[in-house]
Design a protein around this ligand. Structure first.
Ligand SMILES: [Zn+2]
Length: 296
């Protein structure tokens, strides 16, 4: 029996390292929201559909990080499903090599960055999502722009259930990752705050447990973003970006154990530096062929 939990009327999720959701509409059709990291995750969706006696009819991807769309390939090949994804992210879902490429400054990436964790199999995106109402399987899904964790990131609301994906992280996840992943920190803060304004009874984050304590969840996320911003700002001691990462990670008791995580954290620190410079908290100088970040 597949492990399936109910979030609300006709809304289920499959708990895992990445949560996947199933929304059941009329005629026993189900919309799959995010597909996990690989074909095994896709198989779990298939089994869950069998257990619920429903047929998957479409995939909705919230954003193009490989751990959220890696099951697409299996599900598209097995069921011929249409794939809905946000603009910009769709380009990555169709060209997954872009993720390791952007993590490595646009250059041919280290081979360690091309594992399935950071590079899923490509699938064709058949429909670009846009914020607003989306009719699928006889249901109305509400799509919200919750960008920031990824350059374009959408959350999905069905009735009073919000599938937030990585617009917010579960509290246990924030404890584990003091530099929570984000690509546009200003937008990420606004999106997390917006999650509290959407009148959701229950919120399912992409990582961690669902919660009805929505205000607490949002507050914990905003506090984690503020802690990360302060640590990155304090680390701007006339050093380059790698130096900022080293000092901020040490200050946050974060031990980076492998190259993929190093480059993910370097991306997050870069996002914070960009945000802190835009908001006037740090400055950047190019001196003697070196970039140096300084707190103001
Ligand atoms: Zn993500």
């Amino acid at each position: 029996m597949a492990h399936i939990l109910e979030l609300g009327e006709n809304v289920y999720y499959l708990p895992g390292a990445v949560n996947m959701a199933l929304v059941v509409g009329t005629d026993k059709e189900a919309v799959v929201i995010d597909t996990g990291g690989d074909k095994d995750a896709g198989r779990r969706v298939k089994k869950a559909c069998e257990a619920l006696s429903v047929t998957p009819t479409a995939i909705v991807n919230t954003h193009a990080h490989a751990d959220h769309y890696g099951g697409n390939d299996f599900l598209v090949r097995t069921f011929g499903l249409p794939v809905y994804a946000p603009p910009f992210e769709a380009g990555i879902i169709e060209n997954p090599y872009l993720e390791p490429v952007y993590l490595f400054n646009g250059a041919k990436p280290l081979h360690e960055l091309t594992s399935k964790w950071l590079m899923a199999k490509p699938v064709q995106v058949t429909h670009l999502l846009e914020p607003g109402a989306l009719r699928l399987a006889g249901l109305t899904l509400e799509i919200f722009d919750t960008s920031g964790h990824a350059h374009t990131h959408y959350a999905v609301k069905i009735g009073d259930v919000l599938i937030a994906a990585d617009a917010v992280f579960g509290v246990s996840v924030l404890d584990k990752y003091p530099l929570p992943f984000g690509q546009d920190i200003g937008a990420q803060r606004e999106s997390a705050a917006q999650v509290a304004e959407l009148s959701a009874r229950i919120v399912l984050p992409g990582h961690g447990d669902p919660t009805e304590e929505v205000a607490v969840l949002v507050e914990e996320n905003l506090e984690a973003f503020a802690r990360a911003a302060n640590a990155v700002a304090a680390a701007c001691t006339n050093v380059g970006t790698e130096g900022v990462l080293k000092t901020a990670a040490d200050a946050l008791s974060l031990e980076i154990k492998d190259l993929p995580r190093y480059y993910l954290n370097l991306c997050v620190v870069s996002a914070y530096l960009s945000y802190l410079r835009e908001t006037g908290r740090v400055e950047l100088r190019l001196e003697h062929n070196e970039l140096r970040w300084r707190i103001k």
